[in-house]
Design a binder for this molecule. Sequence first.
Ligand code: ADP
Ligand code: MG
Ligand code: ZN
Length: 193
Amino acid sequence: MERRGERGWVEVVCGPMFSGKSEELIRRVTRSRLARVPVQIFKPGLDTRFSLRQVTSHSSLSVEAQPVDSSAALLRAVNKETVVVGVDEGQFFDEELVSVCEALAVAGKQVIVAGLDLDYLGRPFDPIPRLAARSEYVTKMLAVCHRCGAPAAFTQRIVDSDELVVLGATDSYEARCRLCYDPSEPEQTRLEM
Ligand code: ADP
Ligand code: MG
Ligand code: ZN
């Protein structure tokens, strides 16, 4: 996979739920695809919310995606001809995602990873923060606070669970600004929208 001389890099698209990370990933890979650049898109095997073989946004955009069970499996699945490698829900991958993305960039690939930078308790959600620190481009997306309409960088869990991973969307989580965000109160009454 050694292709020194050709340009590769890593782009990270991060932020809370509902901030448009998947939309942005879909926009970027679609733009490349329209230019006939070979593209492959991956997602973690455990993200089965909408569809097994697609990346889907909350606004119902979607593209075909290949589910993989580990970063090593992702690396193995990248074809030699592929130039753009998209990855959604990067926070669900293991720590190796950082070295895998860097190896792909060195091999000339343009790697775009979307994922949550914070978990529901407001802690850095690795590997995204580590990957962001090692990447050329970082785009921090913001949602609209479900409470007050301010720019929202946090994801509030509104169901009671101690699990780090609770898959779901509108029924389990809200985007919140820093004033409305309160990780100590997982069960809060939702506002009617
Ligand atoms: P992410 O991948 O970051 O969770 P998506 O790309 O799936 O985000 O969805 C973004 C879309 O979600 C927006 O374009 C909008 O249609 C919808 N949406 C729902 N709730 C919100 C919110 N509170 N703030 C912003 N967008 C929201
Ligand atoms: Mg998404
Ligand atoms: Zn708010």
